[in-house]
Design a binder for this molecule. Sequence first.
Ligand code: ADP
Ligand code: MG
Length: 361
Amino acid sequence: MINKNLPILPNEKNVIGILGGGQLGKLIALSASKSGYKTHLYCPRGDNPAEMVVDKVTNGEWNDFEKLVQFSEDVACATSEFENIPSKTLELLSGNTNVIPSNVVFRCAQIRSKEKEMALKSGFNTPKWFLIKNTDDLITATQSLSNNAILKTNTFGYDGKGQFRINNNSNLFEIWEKLGAVECVLEELLDFKREISIMYFKSTDNTDGFFPLSENFHENGILKKTIAPAILNDAIKDELKLKTKKLSENLNFYGIIAIELFELVDGRIIFNEIAPRPHNSFHWTLDGCENSQFDILIRTICGLPVKDVKCNTKWEMKNIIGDDANNLNEIYSNQNYLLNLYGKKNIKAGRKMGHYNRQII
Ligand code: ADP
Ligand code: MG
């Protein structure tokens, strides 16, 4: 359901619903609040940083349909920060409120084989890939990729979780069991030059735009650092934007969407995955742009006009992961490090605790 009464402007009735209580939910709520909107958060009980900054919280499970219906009746629109939200949950909510991006978009992002098919249909190249349903499939596909591959669970992967690299020495049976003996995709392991990401947005008033590109550095499958804006040849960039718009059209997309990409040594751009929500590789926009990705998300779901966001300086964003959060003295001592701590109570290895932005030119 897309509300005909656009734009949704801030008033007592027009509360913005946020699904998911992590750092992305917190930063969405802060942007909404800055623009005068009240927010209502729905998330399971837990260590939820977003709870600190919203106007109202409903703690409930993703399948508590009674609570979800109550929530949907209280909000003018809703958006999810949590990529693995069951698409049934979004479908139910969309009976009562504007859910942006839609359940169709999230479903596509949640299933690696579906998102790859959609990417191919939209003109992108993907790594060679195979759908793997059992160990026989795995053995055959691994051979055809010359034992140089990555096995990823078809659903529920994030931050490098749910994936294993495969080489000549790998025990395929052991890896299959470690991933839970579930449906997977096997991908060719690319020897890329760099990783980049693009972010597109489209408001429910049908205006749209892009952020400048980001260049990303991963460690153990987790984003460690982003440098932006990333430089890319104009013709290649224009083609990339066309394909991104095509993919969005194919999904009847509204909201913000990031696409993770590999750039090969020969200049070809290869699709990795989509994220229809704020993306860690665009956290630099919080300090580097007049409107951050969170500000733009609010504008798109409320039907306010949007256009390309520019940035004339260069930024570095570094994640504070796990134990890094216990060693912040250097960052505290330098005011050029624009620190953003999420306020999570428990530090765990691989957990994103915060980030900082720093202008580098
Ligand atoms: P997640 O959903 O966990 O972010 P990704 O598919 O983005 O999963 O993989 C995480 C990281 O692993 C990527 O950012 C990249 O660094 C590396 N990676 C993933 N797929 C490939 C591939 N086919 N070839 C080379 N590296 C890859
Ligand atoms: Mg990824």
